[in-house]
Design a protein around this ligand. Structure first.
Ligand SMILES: CC/C=C\C/C=C\C/C=C\C/C=C/C(=O)SCCNC(=O)CCNC(=O)[C@H](O)C(C)(C)COP(=O)(O)OP(=O)(O)OC[C@H]1O[C@@H](n2cnc3c(N)ncnc32)[C@H](O)[C@@H]1OP(=O)(O)O
Length: 299
């Protein structure tokens, strides 16, 4: 097992420092005789079935799988490894944290930090989304927990969404409830999924949908009993993998390219927008109040 601290080159010639020890010697991990491999990194678990060509990424960033910079760094590396390894044609995204798919962006990365940090963080968010949204693999989200904001975006960026039937597992882009605004590319992905009118309604009110509502509005494709989420994701994956890759990939690209290009052509401006927005005193105050409310909820 090799622990490395290095540099990861991102688009636009920028680099993201790998702060965390990240395990890159994945292939050396336990490799069963049945074609099963298990990659391990600190915050991202990758299990794979080589024979079927299917990998499963389990988010493992307790307590709530927030998208911290360290988590995103590991996640991007895992995604790249899978994308570049032609063994894998399908990827299931799910969570290792009971009851939470992902709490979305890590609010601590957006509070009380300097401008360079906000820029670095936002670039990692953009990179994660572009890699997910444009993946050549079939992506199925097995949503086994709450999925607000950035967590919802990860699910929406998949090709198919299976949500556990538990009223506590709400999903949606709730940014306005935090006093912030969903970026235009979050909005674009929501519009592509549920249509303009429903997206406008959901975004303005920051709606978090319960499973039956999410199914009704088209935010997820299937709602199943909690203990059937993984098996359903797997059988959906098998169906999708029956389609010839080249035809499916070109079709996916045809459907998604314009949305991704919209961000790609203005990545730097989008970073600057985020930095100037999030560093405003009023926004910092809103985020701090929201974080404080989350903390006090327990007491
Ligand atoms: C002009 C516009 C230009 C540019 C755009 C600008 C800005 C917009 C930018 C970005 C868009 C933002 C996207 C986001 O994703 S923001 C994050 C939104 N997420 C949420 O609202 C979820 C908040 N969390 C919850 O609702 C609950 O925690 C949850 C349902 C996920 C789980 O509930 P549970 O009861 O199981 O746990 P808690 O006790 O609430 O939490 C445990 C622990 O974790 C901390 N926590 C929770 N969520 C976050 C988070 N997102 N980031 C950081 N920390 C989080 C929580 O405070 C608790 O901490 P502690 O008390 O210390 O244990």
């Amino acid at each position: 097992m090799a622990l490395v601290a290095g540099r990861k080159t991102f688009a636009a010639g920028k680099t993201l420092l790998l702060r965390a020890g990240v395990w890159l010697g994945a292939e050396a991990a336990a490799r069963g005789g049945n074609g099963a491999r298990r990659f391990v990194s600190q915050r991202v678990l990758v299990e794979s079935d080589v024979t079927a060509g299917i990998a499963t990424i389990k988010f493992k960033n307790p307590p709530v799988n927030s998208l911290s910079l360290e988590f995103l760094t590991e996640f991007i590396i895992c995604l790249e490894k899978l994308e570049n390894d032609k063994t894998y044609r399908g990827l299931i995204l799910t969570s290792d944290c009971p009851g939470i798919f992902s709490a979305g962006l890590d609010l601590r990365e957006m509070c009380g930090k300097n401008l360079a940090h906000y820029a670095e963080y936002w670039r990692a968010i953009q990179e994660t989304w572009l890699k997910l949204y444009l993946s050549n693999m079939v992506l199925v989200a097995a949503i086994n927990g709450a999925s607000p904001a950035g967590g919802c975006l990860m699910a929406l960026s998949s090709d198919y969404r299976v949500l556990a039937d538990n009223p506590r597992y709400r999903i949606g882009l709730n940014e306005t409830l935090l006093g912030i605004v969903a970026p235009f590319w979050f909005k674009d992905v929501l519009v592509n999924t549920i249509g303009h009118r429903a997206a406008e309604h959901a975004l303005q009110l920051g709606l978090l949908f319960q499973p039956t509502e999410a199914l009704q509005v088209g935010m997820v494709d299937q709602v199943v009993p909690e203990d059937q989420v993984q098996s359903t994701a797997l059988s959906v994956m098998t169906e999708w993998l029956a389609i010839p890759d080249h035809a499916r990939q070109l079709t996916k690209s045809m459907m998604r390219k314009a949305t991704a290009d919209n961000l790609i052509k203005q990545r730097e401006a989008d970073i600057q927008n985020f930095v100037s927005f999030v560093s405003r005193d009023s926004i910092q105050k809103s985020l701090q109040v929201y974080l404080e409310k989350l903390k006090q909820k327990k007491h």
